[in-house]
Design a protein around this ligand. Structure first.
Ligand SMILES: [Mn+2]
Length: 354
């Protein structure tokens, strides 16, 4: 069982008597539980702390974990105090990079005498390297997203809006088995294409425009991330050149990436190519880790010297964004393995002219 291995690795890495886990992805990673609340984890004890709505779900999703029920009289901080007293905890790690200020103050007040220490990214570091079960889930989420793109192509046409395109994609991913969008779907056409994180609008897509679709599926909590840019009719030579440059930059980075490569060097391969042709038009990172959350470590940017190794799953997503003209991004989710690299996406990448 995957979560048990994750929990054991966490306890080995935890330099404290106990920990409280609040970030939903970390709760799921360490226990399998996917509802609200938090986890208490010490050397000899553990518990899911939640309210009436999730008691039964916690029992199903995290078998073997005692469930501590909170209510209006017995709040989460009170339960934490009881559990810490029972376990003789003197140092407790908490997710200071996630808790609200008020939640932290409530814990501090309830846990007087116990040293609260920052979690320091312990679960996030473990989550970088995916095991076989996790990779199988990411591959399925990737298969769903790729297939949804292929399936909706015949239904994309000039005259529809960005929102229409988003609905087609999300509907098809649900039909194919996605639990829900991996993140807010991006559909950006024409001049909106220069906004890397555009919110789909009522913009009516016209002939001669590019449409960038950035989306992903979720399977057993694990996510996928893909971007494809398609053309409506014939686009201008200027837009065609942007597409070709992005596609080439992505191909160069995909050829280069693999176990043993540093993230910053992978980023540089695509960045140097695009900067020479479109200076300043590629202003974001080349990619990021993907797993239970959409943006994880490592970051594939100039700043991250992480050496890629088997089990890392990252995106490769160069783009060109020119205000007033438009933009293009092409993205795949790729898996580092002992044998090299597996591209989890099978959706086509040549410029499709609808
Ligand atoms: Mn991405």
């Amino acid at each position: 069982m995957s979560a048990t291995n994750h929990l054991n690795a966490f306890l080995t890495a935890l330099d404290a008597d106990a920990a409280l886990i609040h970030r939903p992805e970390n709760i799921r990673y360490l226990s399998g539980y996917a509802g609200e609340g938090c986890l208490f984890i010490s050397r000899d004890a553990r518990a899911v702390v939640t309210d009436f709505r999730y008691i039964e779900a916690a029992g199903r999703e995290a078998p073997g974990w005692p469930v501590e029920r909170t209510d209006t009289e017995r709040k989460q901080a009170d339960v934490a105090r009881e559990l810490c007293q029972r376990a003789g905890v003197r140092t407790l790690r908490v997710e200071t990079d996630f808790l609200t200020h008020d939640a932290y103050l409530a814990l501090e007040k309830a846990l007087a005498g116990i040293a609260l220490e920052p979690m320091g990214g312990v679960p996030e570091k473990l989550r970088q390297i995916k095991d076989g079960e996790e990779i199988a889930c990411i591959r399925e989420a990737s298969r769903i997203a790729s297939q949804a793109f292929i399936d909706i192509l015949p239904r994309l046409h000039a005259g529809m809006t960005e929102i229409d395109a988003k609905i087609e994609l999300e509907f098809q991913m649900l039909r194919l088995g996605s639990e829900g969008p991996a993140f807010d779907t991006i559909a950006a056409a024409g001049v909106n294409g220069s906004l890397p994180h555009a919110v789909p609008s009522g913009h009516v897509i016209a002939e001669g425009e590019l449409l960038t679709l950035d989306f992903g599926a979720t399977y057993r909590g694990y996510r996928s991330d893909i971007t494809r840019t398609v053309a409506f009719g014939k686009v201008s030579p200027e837009l065609r050149a942007i597409y070709d440059a992005v596609q080439t930059a992505q191909a160069l980075a995909l050829d280069f990436i693999g176990p043993g490569r540093r993230c910053c060097d992978v980023d540089k391969v695509a960045r140097d190519y695009l900067d020479a042709r479109y200076p300043g038009a590629f202003g974001q990172s080349l990619g990021h880790g993907v797993g239970l959350y959409i943006h994880e470590q490592p970051r594939v940017n100039f700043n991250d010297a992480t050496v890629l190794e088997p089990g890392h799953v990252v995106t490769v997503e160069p783009g060109v964004y020119i205000p007033g003209v438009g933009g293009c991004r092409i993205e795949d989710t790729v898996i580092m393995t002992s044998g090299g690299v597996v591209n989890a996406m099978h959706a086509p990448k040549h410029l499709i002219e609808l």
